[in-house]
Design a protein around this ligand. Structure first.
Ligand SMILES: *[C@@H]1O[C@H](CO)[C@@H](O)[C@H](O)[C@H]1NC(C)=O
Ligand SMILES: *[C@@H]1O[C@H](CO)[C@@H](O)[C@H](O)[C@H]1NC(C)=O
Length: 221
């Protein structure tokens, strides 16, 4: 009897562990594909999106022409990211991969950000980019490089990274990401532009600056 209880507990622990592992990244597909549909009526949560009947899937479920168009870089940062993930290509559902096109004006910046669910591999199509990422605590080591047309660089999952166009001409890059839904946290926006705002007591201490500086930074978002 005691042995059975222990076995049962071990089974539960194993199941719990495999569930945890399975939900830590995009799941392996259990069928050829699972074209996403919006099903507002369902009350079931799935790790991904609900699938369309495969019989009615079409080529357009796997297609996106949005990366033909350069992003509009007329903004404060001088950059624009055009995503091509499961939100744009429903056929990517459950497949664990996506792309983004990044356009940079001369000296444009894709500011420090992280993808909570994906490693990124970036290819420069045009221009010259200074890129880098920072390792986790306690080292916080900056690993950076200048990339030229055709060069490739990797930003490991979850780490803060950036790209700056250091050339006098526009730049273009294609980022491939190891998730259908990589997510983005832009550091400055999340910390100084959250809604509602993080208390100044938190930010003055965290950044070791006056409240005036925090107010100024918050007013930028
Ligand atoms: C789901 O709904 C949103 C909002 O209505 C829409 O933008 C998106 O294209 C829809 N996605 C699919 C796969 O139908
Ligand atoms: C680009 O964005 C700017 C600022 O929002 C806007 O004024 C301009 O019309 C846009 N250009 C194009 C080609 O959409």
């Amino acid at each position: 009897m005691k042995k059975m209880v222990i076995n049962t507990l071990a089974c539960i622990a194993l199941l719990a562990m495999s569930f945890f592992l399975a939900s830590a990244s995009d799941p392996s597909p259990l069928q050829d594909f699972c074209v996403a549909v919006n099903d507002t009526k369902t009350t079931v949560f799935v790790n991904g999106k609900v699938c369309k009947d495969p019989k009615v899937a079409t080529a357009n479920d796997f297609f996106f022409s949005g990366l033909r168009v350069p992003g509009n870089t007329s903004n404060k940062l001088g950059s624009m990211v055009t995503p091509a993930n499961v939100a744009q290509i429903p056929g990517l559902n459950t497949l664990g991969i996506s792309l983004a096109r990044v356009d940079y004006a001369p000296y444009g910046l894709n500011p420090p950000h992280t993808h909570p669910r994906a490693t990124e591999i970036l290819t420069v199509l045009e221009g010259t980019l200074y890129v880098g990422f920072v390792t986790s605590n306690p080292d916080n080591r900056l690993i950076s490089k200048v990339l030229y047309k055709g060069d490739v660089f990797v930003f490991p999952e979850g780490l803060i990274h950036f790209q700056l166009n250091v050339g006098k001409t526009k730049a273009v890059a294609i980022a491939a990401l190891s998730s259908q839904n990589p997510g983005v946290i832009t550091i400055a926006n999340a910390v100084f532009g959250s809604k509602p705002a993080i208390s100044a007591d938190v930010l003055t201490k965290a950044f070791q600056v006056d409240k005036k500086v925090v107010d100024y930074l918050q007013s930028q978002f």
